[in-house]
Design a protein around this ligand. Structure first.
Ligand code: ZN
Length: 173
């Protein structure tokens, strides 16, 4: 299977439209609950970000409660991406995500990263940092993406990590 990040972004945009999301932060928890997916927070090992599976027809998302709240939001959105895009796969086996923060490191290319993860990250990125909302926030603030404090302020507004926002602004999700 080849990754299709555009399909993933389109799925996220459809959800944003359905929800009538007009501003940041995007209410990812409410979106998940409205889709009748059970969202559970539990203290997990540090390298575990989250998991997604379907059991007896019930969708379940697990998120590591020990991580920073903004990272938990990204994990939740990533796992929602698996539910939206990869239901057949997560019905067969529990999908466990080990530290996709690795993907947020600047020096890692997308080569060798599983297509499912590329898609789930593209979905999460578009869901939490919708292109048009980010663009208008950047315009409104006159943000220079080299400006650390500015990127952090933008990340705070969208309730994502600064590294996720940096990635987004660099167009790498
Ligand atoms: Zn994943």
């Amino acid at each position: 299977m080849r990754a299709d990040p555009e399909r993933a972004r389109e799925a996220a945009r459809t959800i944003l439209r359905e929800f009538g999301v007009k501003g940041a932060p995007v209410p990812v928890e409410r979106i998940i609950k409205a889709r009748h997916i059970v969202l559970q927070y539990a203290p997990l090992e540090d390298d575990l970000s989250g998991m997604a599976f379907i059991k007896d027809g019930v969708g379940i998302i697990g998120v590591n409660a020990l991580h920073h709240p903004n990272r938990q939001r990204f994990s939740a959105a990533h796992e929602l991406g698996h539910h939206e895009l990869h239901a057949p796969e997560i019905e067969k086996a529990v999908h466990v995500d080990r530290g996709f923060r690795v993907l947020l490191r600047d020096d890692v290319s997308s080569q060798g990263i599983e297509p499912l993860e590329i898609e789930a990250n593209a979905f999460a990125s578009e869901l939490l940092m919708p292109r048009d909302l980010v663009a208008s926030a950047v315009d409104a603030s006159g943000l220079d993406i080299e400006d650390e404090a500015g990127v952090e302020a933008l990340a705070k507004k969208f309730r994502v990590s600064a590294s996720a926002m940096r990635y987004r602004l660099a167009g790498r999700f």
